[in-house]
Design a protein. Sequence first.
Lengths: 247, 168
Amino acid sequence: MMTVMDKDRLAAFVDGELSPEEAAAVVLHLADTPVDQAYVDDLFAANEALAQAFGAPLSEPVPEAIHAAIMGPSAATNVVAFRPRRALALAALALAASVAAAAVLLPGLLQTPSAAGIALGPLPPRAPFAEVLDTRAAGTQVMLADGREVMVLATFGMPDGRYCREFEVVDTSAGRADFAIGCHGNDGWVVEVAIAEVTDPALNPGFVPAGDAEIDALSRFLNRAGAPAVLDPAAEAEAIRQGWSAR
Amino acid sequence: VSTSFQRDLVSLVPKLRRFALSLTGNAADGDDLVQSACEKALRNQAQFQSGTRMDSWMYRIVQTLWLDDLRKRRVRGPSLDPDDHDIGDEGKGARLAEDRMMLASTAAAMATLPEPQRVVLSLVAVEGLSYKEAADVLEVPVGTVMSRLSRAREALLPQLGMSRGGRQ
């Protein structure tokens, strides 16, 4: 005659309330008691069914109304620390950067126009970068037809209501990477700051400590425009959905 | 400028929406509940003791508001319609019709439970709280959590077609 175990104890086992020793004792008991094993299976299945039945919100963005209720209607951004990235190997080409300096620092690059970096100014709407800036979430790597890899690194909500996106373009064959910030205006994306970096194959595309020059250039731009406010994924998804119309 | 309190609150929203959905049985009511709870939390920010668990505090606010709201509705008369129980994502997560039926029947079965049992089952089985944590949220003894949980499962398992083991 089988001896069944107290149901609360079986439930405690399923709910992870038992110590490892107690749980082991239950496992041994279950091996000899099919009726209790069946009950435990049911409890697991019920927990799983419940988790699935109500699990959808975990993969959904925070609804706008709730976000606004918490953050206030005009502050649909999360301010997070400006994260350091790869070191600058060479030069920063900010809006006012000296072409002469670039010519000194980037001789190899200037000899290969095909590997030109990101031009400042408006991006043609059909430019491959524009499509990436329009539609892709930060952190998603996109391979362009010419083999370059584009990834948005961060999305900023600017105090003036515009959105800006920082992105990188890596051209492995040319051994260079470009960082830029594009801001969305009435006529689409405008590249406002661009920085070139030469990737060193010896570094085996690994990440090296962030260089002051890079952070300076990007921070200067962001600080000039106001405090850098990085959108969280939900706010970013919402901005993509709304076509980057100013807040 | 947002505060860390606001940011922490936003990051809890997905879990709070899941909890609220399991209580209300439909996404729209669940979101209304979460929004009210967040507004209440902001008003009562001073009562939150930093260093303690914000999720527990928020679960408590959500379930208290939900019960208050139910009481008010009962005065006006019941409006519980089984057809109201959509499952949040219109079954997006369910690839098969069978899954979808299982999700719908789970949500419907949940809705038949008395509220105190529903809250406990949701906190433990959906939100993954320990008995002690659930007891802290509800400010009841752990034994009360266990007995509500036990009764909730007694009622729920047969509705899910899960009492085949024959345990009495």
